[in-house]
Design a protein around this ligand. Structure first.
Ligand code: G4P
Length: 321
């Protein structure tokens, strides 16, 4: 697996979410609108159970509006789920959040039955920015109440509307390889966990098919029609050459070229891009689920067979899978 990280506070956060979930009516999951599938936490379904869900596709200002509409329709078609798109430029996000949550839990209103909402999302998705807007303009922060742990805070968006915050959380293991690359490309993963050249090449794979004109415009590439058929390394080399990432002797510095591509994507200088569609993401998830099932089968077979084997042999074999 290409992307590895070690989110230290993850277990603490998970425990806090499980504890808080007992008295939660609606769970808001903030997603990156440029990678709505990959930025969704696969652990969350297990943690939230049958609770109503609001998916917030944040940073819509830098995502492809057509694909955002497709993702919204896809999420809105799911049982007990609503989806809205948002960005930091929205001057009244509280109204939109409150309205969507109230529709999901219409029986919760009034001081004796306040609507209790939990908000979560991966790092860098824009949660602090949104919370600051909400706290600054709309809400009273009440972090030192009994039962509210240090790692979460509660704000009251209305007298009968409580919003509980959680720290940005990633999950311990990536099973969808493409999703890992997209998360790294978005900046959600710490820099030490991945190789920038590898991530930039994967990013170009996802961009060159649907958005060749954006690449051609930004990097002054000729023959826009041929861009989707170019090999990724060829494309990265060409981009590096056009942007002056050339070493003495004329060879392109691919590391430098990779940094340029990643920065241009993150800052949206490239344009409004969404890396995945619901259909594509479902396919990646199905392939990953099959691979995971195979891994579990192998592990079970090893355990059955290897009663005399030492435990660290088992661990080594598992790592090698
Ligand atoms: P987090 O709490 O979920 O970790 O994310 P945070 O709010 O810190 O936001 C991460 C980055 O995303 C910040 O940029 C922030 O400005 C940017 N951001 C947040 N919401 C939006 C949005 O709706 N649209 C766009 N385009 N960007 C958004 P940064 O470069 O890390 O910091 P800054 O210098 O911009 O503050």
């Amino acid at each position: 697996m290409a992307i590895q990280w070690f989110p230290g506070h993850m277990n603490v956060t998970k425990k806090a979410i499980i504890e808080r979930m007992k008295e939660i009516d609606v769970v808001i999951e903030m997603l990156d609108a440029r990678l709505p599938g990959s930025s969704a936490n696969p652990m969350l379904a297990e943690l939230t159970g049958t609770r109503k869900k609001l998916k917030v596709l944040n940073k819509q200002d830098v995502a492809d509006p057509e694909r955002t509409a497709t993702w919204l329709a896809w999420y809105n078609a799911q049982e007990g789920t609503q989806a809205i798109a948002l960005d930091a430029g929205d001057t009244a996000p509280a109204q939109r959040l409150i309205k969507a949550c109230r529709e999901l839990a219409p029986n919760r209103h009034g001081m004796d039955k306040p609507l209790r909402v939990l908000i979560c999302g991966i790092p860098n998705v824009g949660k602090s920015t949104l919370m600051n807007t909400l706290v600054g303009k709309k809400a009273a922060k009440t972090g030192d109440e009994a039962g509210i742990t240090k790692i979460e805070q509660r704000i009251n968006l209305a007298n009968d509307f409580y919003l509980f915050d959680t720290p940005g959380m990633l999950w311990p293991k990536i099973t969808i390889e493409k999703g890992g690359y997209h998360l790294a490309a978005s900046g959600a993963v710490g820099r030490n966990a991945y190789d920038e050249e590898e991530v930039a090449l994967e990013l170009l794979t996802s961009i060159k098919g649907p958005y060749p004109q954006l690449l051609a415009a930004r990097y002054k590439l000729d023959n826009v029609d041929q861009i989707p058929t170019l090999h990724d390394e060829e494309l990265l080399t060409e981009i590096g050459r056009k942007r002056g990432a050339v070493m003495t002797g004329g060879r392109v510095n691919l590391q430098k070229a990779a940094e340029i591509v990643l920065n241009d994507f993150r800052s949206a200088i490239l344009g409004r891009i969404t890396l995945e569609t619901p259909e594509a993401f479902e396919q990646w998830a199905a392939v990953a689920a099959e691979a995971e099932a195979e891994r579990q089968r192998k592990k079970a077979a090893r355990n059955k067979k290897g009663s005399g084997r030492r435990a660290d042999d088992d661990a080594a074999a598992e790592q090698a899978d």
